[in-house]
Design a protein around this ligand. Structure first.
Ligand code: HC0
Length: 510
């Protein structure tokens, strides 16, 4: 798909030269405005003091081959663009096409006019700050001000190693306790942890994998992880015939939402209709995921209309905005702890935030679930799947089962390579982890824009913080999470029980 400057044959000029000249002469306002008129997405460039691109790192660092910009629908639930800030530099196109292999890959049966997997990586590469998450902070301020509501919040594994960057702390600063303190100061009635349902996911997804390997469910191998909503949308668009490989598990965010308005409401004696379920995620696609029509199993459970499992999703950046708006001195906050019932985490849950983490967490518990024994060192530290190599593999023996073969990929262009192998029938693996964003959730589309575009140096610092926290935990395996054990004992009974299937599993289709 051609998306250059109105399709005209402009002489190639580097963005740096182009922008330096234009910024110095004041030409940029007029030039970008003129260009926007022929770039398909319209938008008047009124100019104005606020957007002057040289106030930003406008050059952009990706080697963009084309100028222009990706199309973004007005009703996109995840990302928006302020056309007055757009300088048509092509960085979003470069990201969407070459890193995510989405833009330009349209020779397929698609149902929407505009293809977007909602990953928000374009917003991470946009040098002028024109693309950002859809801002839902006012919805949360309104809920917090409504005394008839019980507003609870869950926080994703990866926000706690990046939120500090919004307040001048170095990448990878561990701010779990300060994040909890900030949320309590903002007025949330309960501050809970997505890591609780990350551990739960391992119990459900590990059980499903074992059933597939043993032939107890008629579903194909390799099994695909299903926690990254941008990845799921990608598979739905481009590889719909492989959806049977997708784990039926909902993501931890959505498992949490379904349990918040059933299990949590029951135990606490709260009317589920009065609960506002908020999540803080490093991910813009989580906004899209929460709105998927099927993500309303608490409504099914209570046979009451109008309930949504997750009501509002905030990105890490939006949470930072709320903290700043309320003038909370984040760096000076004390360390506080999550509330109980759905607030316990193990090291296995923490590493979900890094590429390879879900697989490593699954390996730890799969060994235990199959053999009844605690895993040996290779399963406890599945180091071949750590790090930023685009596609990683590991193989390890499980007594009585044989060799478990797994693969991990991150960034959707890498995912495409792996999917092509699966599609051709040449996949040697039992289980594959896919994450939409390069580096995994630590570099999700809703994280602080500490480097634009994101660098491996920033990714590595966040990842290092995650593995350091995991190594320091007394419990490093999901099956040791006591609150998850209590959930099974008091409510769900066992992994993949009838109630687990109803609340924690789903079906994806194109
Ligand atoms: Fe992730 Fe997740 S690990 S996708 O990156 O599985 O966003 O952090 O919250 O849901 O737990 C994101 C991060 C999550 C989910 C978890 C998974």
């Amino acid at each position: 798909m051609k998306d250059s400057l109105c399709g005209t044959d402009k002489k190639e000029m580097t963005r740096r030269t182009f922008l330096k000249m234009a910024a110095g002469s004041g030409l940029l306002v007029g030039l970008a405005g003129a260009l926007s008129g022929c770039a398909g997405q319209g938008g008047e460039h009124a100019g104005g003091e606020g957007w002057l691109p040289y106030q930003y790192n406008v050059a952009g660092n990706l080697p963009a081959q084309v100028r222009g910009r990706i199309p973004i629908d007005a009703d996109n639930p995840s990302i928006v663009r302020d056309d007055q800030k757009c300088i048509l530099c092509g960085q979003c196109l470069e990201t969407c096409q070459n890193i995510q292999s989405v833009h330009g890959y349209y020779d397929l049966p698609v149902i929407d006019e505009t293809i977007c997997v909602h990953c928000g990586q374009c917003s991470m590469a946009c040098p002028s700050g024109a693309i950002s998450e859809r801002d839902d902070t006012q919805k949360v301020f309104d809920a917090l001000a409504d005394k008839s509501k019980y507003v609870l919040v869950q926080t994703a594994p990866a926000t706690r190693v990046a939120l500090g960057e919004e307040f001048g702390l170095p990448p990878g600063t561990w701010v779990e306790g300060r994040q909890v303190a900030a949320l309590k100061k903002l007025g949330f009635d309960a501050v809970l942890d997505t890591n609780f349902t990350a551990d739960l996911t391992i119990m459900e997804e590990g059980t499903e994998l074992i059933k597939r390997i043993k032939g107890e469910v008629k579903k194909p191998l390799p099994q695909f992880t299903s926690c990254s909503p941008g990845w799921i949308k990608f598979c739905e668009y481009f590889y719909p015939e492989l959806l049977p490989n997708m784990s039926s598990c909902k993501s931890p965010q959505q498992m949490f939402g379904a349990l918040a308005k059933t299990y949590y409401a029951k135990v606490k004696g709260i009317d589920p209709a009065s609960i506002v379920s908020v999540s803080v995620m490093p991910c813009t696609a989580k906004k899209f995921e929460a709105q998927r029509p099927e993500m309303n199993d608490s409504a099914e459970y209570w046979k009451r209309e109008g309930l949504r499992d997750v009501d509002v999703v905030l990105t890490t950046r939006e949470l930072a905005r709320m903290i700043k708006q309320k003038k909370i001195d984040f760096a000076a906050l004390p360390e506080e702890k999550y509330d109980s019932l759905m607030g316990e985490e193990t090291g296995a849950a923490i590493i979900f935030g890094a590429t390879g983490g879900v697989m490593e967490a699954a390996a730890r518990s799969a060994y235990f679930l199959i053999t009844g024994n605690q895993p040996p060192p290779l399963f406890l530290n599945l180091t071949p799947v750590r790090g930023l190599t685009g596609v990683k593999e590991a193989a390890a023996e499980i007594p009585g089962v044989g060799t478990l073969r797994v693969a991990v990929c991150h960034g959707l262009a890498n995912g495409r390579k792996v999917l092509d192998i699966v599609r051709a029938g040449n996949a040697p693996w039992h289980f594959i982890e896919f994450m939409a964003c390069p580096g995994g959730c630590i570099a999700g589309g809703g994280q602080p824009r500490t480097a634009v575009p994101p660098t491996d140096a920033v990714r590595e610092q966040r990842i290092a913080a995650i593995y350091k926290a995991d190594a320091s935990r007394p419990k490093r395996m999901s099956h040791d999470n006591a609150e998850v054990a209590a959930l099974y004992k008091d409510f769900l009974q066992h992994p993949m029980s009838e109630l687990s299937e109803e609340l924690l599993h789903t079906e994806y289709h194109s």
